[in-house]
Design a protein around this ligand. Structure first.
Ligand SMILES: Nc1nc2c(ncn2[C@@H]2O[C@H](COP(=O)(O)OP(=O)(O)OP(=O)(O)O)[C@@H](O)[C@H]2O)c(=O)[nH]1
Ligand SMILES: [Mg+2]
Length: 425
């Protein structure tokens, strides 16, 4: 959820000095040796009124040599996670490197702030500042070493921060009426973390509390009994995707049902694009390559959802072996064109911009992207039901389906059989 603020520029321009000044801590090493920062340095903090932010200090984009190229590659990855990019330039010097970063940030639709540092040594030409003003790009002059201009940088950060970080995003609160009731189904299986419940579930509960709605949290085998004890039907049932099949059976047909992962497709990704992506499952053939992308680096155990369960369900559906590749953390292949489908996790451990960047990469390569919950609902044959709370996404699905069912469409495949759900927790 944090606003990711990436600090970019050539070596020695004062990027790490800026991070330390903003956080008022010695987070990054500062020195006059060019190339001091090698791996990206991350520092979470509370930056009011934006709330929690994550600063990412990076290696200079003009780094040289074999290791330099690797550092630049890491810096480029940090660009993918950046919501707001700060470009630090040295004493008013602006060249191809800075133009390159600006273009990359704009391409990713990230917000931009330019800091002309070392104003004690030199300042930008007035024409340069005028050029950025015309382009609507905010720039600030500072001498970070002297502590001058740091307050102006803080203000400018807040000014340029993307709207959606200032507005309250809703995970579930907008799907339940005022004072309504949501039942959350949380399996406690061996993948559940010890003594805790996972982030999307915690965040959903918090969002319901924020909206003044009631939540009832149950395990999947308790759902039927819990519903029977209520004196009214709930407004929404949300389940962990792995228990989708059982929960769909136990939830009355007139009660809306979806999964945490589908809530997160909307909150962290692009629900419409991912709904369209799920329909590509119909076009998979044995031998096709599928990329499974996970944002966090959890240690997979037993029947891991991304490595065992989803691959099994998909292969049952396709009727043959598929070739799966798994990517974890910030890794995402620069070229996804070799894949027929990308399946992303719920992305609770990353920010929306990182997921949207992946969606853009997939779209540019013509590769469909969907997520765990959507693909599971699709192969279980409960896709429409799971999309009921999202009428716009449901429309997109129905249109996509009707188009592929047109006679003569070569992509049209024999009717899908929902897979059996052995192994679903
Ligand atoms: N004169 C002057 N020097 C500064 C200013 N800000 C930082 N420096 C100096 O510039 C040098 C580089 O600062 P860093 O913060 O390490 O720069 P960087 O961009 O992180 O450098 P690398 O990541 O290692 O490439 C240090 O010697 C700082 O003391 C400033 O406003 N004026
Ligand atoms: Mg540095």
């Amino acid at each position: 959820m944090r606003l990711h603020i990436g600090i970019f520029g050539r070596r020695n321009v004062g990027k790490s000095s800026l991070l330390n000044a903003l956080t008022r801590q010695q987070v990054s090493i500062v020195s006059d040796v060019a190339g001091t920062t090698t791996d990206p340095v991350e520092k979470p903090m509370e930056l009011l009124p934006l709330g929690p932010v994550l600063f990412i200090d990076t290696a200079g984009v003009d780094d040289v040599g074999a290791l330099g190229a690797e550092r630049v590659a890491k810096t480029r990855k940090a660009l993918d996670r950046t919501d707001l990019g700060v470009i630090v330039a040295d004493s008013g010097e602006w060249g191809g490197f800075e133009d390159g970063i600006l273009a990359e940030l704009k391409r990713r639709k990230a917000s931009v702030l330019i800091v002309f540092n070392k104003s004690d040594i030199g300042r930008p030409a007035p024409e340069l500042e005028a050029r950025f003003r015309e382009q609507g790009v905010r720039s600030v002059q500072a001498s970070i070493a002297r502590g001058e201009g740091v307050a102006a940088i803080r203000e400018a950060l807040i000014e340029v921060a993307p709207e959606d970080f200032l507005a309250e995003a809703s995970i579930i609160g907008d799907l339940v009426p005022e004072r309504g009731l949501a039942v959350l189904v949380v399996p406690i299986d061996k993948e559940a973390p010890k003594g805790r419940i996972i982030l999307p579930q915690v965040q959903a509960i918090r969002d319901l509390l924020d909206h003044g709605q009631l939540s009832l949290v149950v395990r999947e085998h308790e759902l039927k009994d819990a519903l029977a004890r209520l004196n009214r039907k709930p407004d929404l049932v949300v389940t962990d995707s792995q228990a989708f099949a059982k929960v769909a059976q136990d939830t009355p047909a007139d009660v809306k049902l979806t999964s945490f992962s589908i809530l997160f497709a909307r909150y962290r990704g692009d629900l419409t694009e991912m709904v369209r992506g799920a329909t590509a499952i119909d076009r998979l053939r044995p031998g096709d390559r599928v990329l499974v992308a996970e944002s966090c680096t959890h240690h997979p155990i037993g029947d891991d959802i991304g490595r065992v369960k989803i691959p099994n369900w998909l292969e049952q559906q396709v009727g043959g072996k598929l070739e799966f590749t798994t990517h974890q953390g910030h890794d995402f292949p620069p070229d996804v064109s070799q894949f027929r489908l990308v399946i992303h996790c719920g992305a609770c451990m990353t920010n929306r911009r990182a997921v949207l960047n992946r969606v853009v990469k997939c779209r540019e390569a013509g590769v469909p992207i969907t997520n765990y919950g959507l693909s599971i609902a699709y192969v279980l044959g409960i896709f429409e039901r799971a999309l009921e709370p999202f009428p716009a996404a449901l429309d997109v699905y129905r249109t996509a389906r009707d188009m592929t069912e047109l006679p003569g469409n070569s992509d049209c495949v024999p009717s899908r059989r929902p897979v059996t759900t052995r192994g679903a927790s």
